[in-house]
Ligand binder design. Structure first.
Ligand code: NAD
Ligand code: ZN
Length: 362
């Protein structure tokens, strides 16, 4: 079995990230090795539980954990205050205390709401992230941002809370739809485009193998993405120095688009793909990047099969208004992480509205 261990040294926390194929069968032992025992609530949804619940549950039961399964609605709908309140109720009813564990088994949506509840229940209980989508494996499950949505904006209510352990098993991806695999690839392209040119070229050459789950390329893409993200988060855990903000490339436009569609219609990675294209164009229009940066990015994303343009049903002024209410907005100025070249980015905190409007109209 391929098993890779990395460490994330973030803030006061330091935790292992395991990456492998079939590694979820060892989860009970790996959790016990870091001192976790007792009650464990698996936060998941019906889709994921029916597909993968048994193997995780067996691995926990065999190591003596008291396992409780807490199901939440599928998709983005679980990232709500109502769902968080229901989870608090369940934890209180089952007398969870600060030594207990919450295990998030699912995509980024589940990781975000389970993480938010773990961060706030009794001022914080142990959290283990077991991401089951490519997007969550390369991005959402690592780095400690946890949040729920508000009707007026995505991830508006949240905090920073690092897990005790992350376990990434590529076996889970066998059942994932191609659409969700592509969505994860969007975040992988993002890392290369804004932070690492060599990795961008690797993805450009190998995306088909990643998409068709070839172990070697898939594991490499996941490991590399995790490493890039961890190194950034280690330097700027709380997004205060403009370093972590680079990871938001594609997300200023992307988040506005997701909330304009009320978090339906587009997958997160699809919105980020469209967002990266327009933000790269904005960078060109601001004279920060050469035209080929925009073209190369659009080309790769289009080849992968990701959307690269806004559809006609989007109201541009509404989109701009939503960007103004983004968390990244400072004193009413719209901020964006923009590429200067492939593999190199800069955080700009006063992107002119006229430039944004001009780019969105194309
Ligand atoms: N906290 C962070 O740093 C961070 C980073 C990136 C994204 N996110 C958040 O993550 C969310 C998106 O995550 P996502 O793309 O994983 O979406 P998701 O969690 O909604 O999952 C997508 C779909 O895949 C299904 N699914 C999950 N695992 C499966 C499997 N192995 N086989 C078959 N189906 C499976 C889910 O039930 C769901 O229907 C967004 O809310 C986004 O804001 C958070
Ligand atoms: Zn994202």
């Amino acid at each position: 079995m391929h098993l890779r261990k990395m460490w994330a040294n973030i803030g006061k926390s330091s935790y292992p990230i395991y990456i492998g194929k079939g590694v979820c069968e060892s989860i009970g032992r790996l959790m016990r090795d870091i001192g976790l025992r007792g009650k464990c609530a698996i936060v998941t949804n019906r889709t994921v539980w029916d597909l993968h619940g048994d193997s995780v549950e067996d691995a926990l039961l065999s190591m003596g954990y008291d396992v409780y399964v807490l199901r939440v609605p599928d998709g983005e709908a679980c990232k709500s205050l109502d769902v968080a309140v229901q989870l608090y109720e369940e934890l209180i009813n089952r007398e969870f205390d600060r030594s207990s564990v919450i295990l998030a088994l699912g995509g980024g949506s589940i990781g975000d709401v389970a993480g938010f509840v773990a961060a706030t229940y009794m001022r914080g209980i142990n959290l283990v992230q077991v991401p089951t989508t490519l997007l969550a494996q390369v991005d959402a499950a690592i780095g400690g941002k946890v949040a729920i949505n508000h009707p007026r904006g995505k991830n508006l209510i949240g905090t920073f809370y690092q897990p005790r352990m992350v376990l990434i098993d590529i076996k889970f991806l066998k059942s994932l739809s191609t659409r969700d695999m592509r969505s994860g690839l969007a975040e992988i392209v993002k890392y290369g485009a804004i932070l690492n040119g060599d990795f961008f070229h690797f993805v450009k050459e190998n995306w088909e193998k990643i998409l068709s789950l070839k172990d070697r390329e898939l594991l490499y893409a996941i490991e590399r993405s995790c490493r890039i993200k961890i190194r950034i988060v280690e330097k700027d855990e709380r997004d205060e120095r403009g370093i972590r903000a680079l990871l938001n490339f594609g997300h200023t436009v992307g988040h506005a688009l997701e909330s304009a569609y009320h978090y339906s219609k587009l997958r997160h990675g699809e919105a980020v793909s469209i967002g990266m294209c327009y933000e790269a164009l904005i960078s060109v229009k601001m004279g920060l990047a050469k035209e080929h940066v925009y073209r190369e990015l659009v080309h790769v994303l289009e080849e992968i099969g990701l959307p690269v343009r806004l559809s006609d049903d989007v109201n541009l002024e509404e989109l701009i208004e939503r960007m103004r209410h983004d968390k990244k907005t400072l004193d009413g100025e719209i901020c964006m992480a923009l590429p200067k070249d492939i593999g190199e980015g800069i955080f700009v905190n006063d992107v002119p509205i006229e430039v944004i409007r001009g780019a969105l109209r194309i």
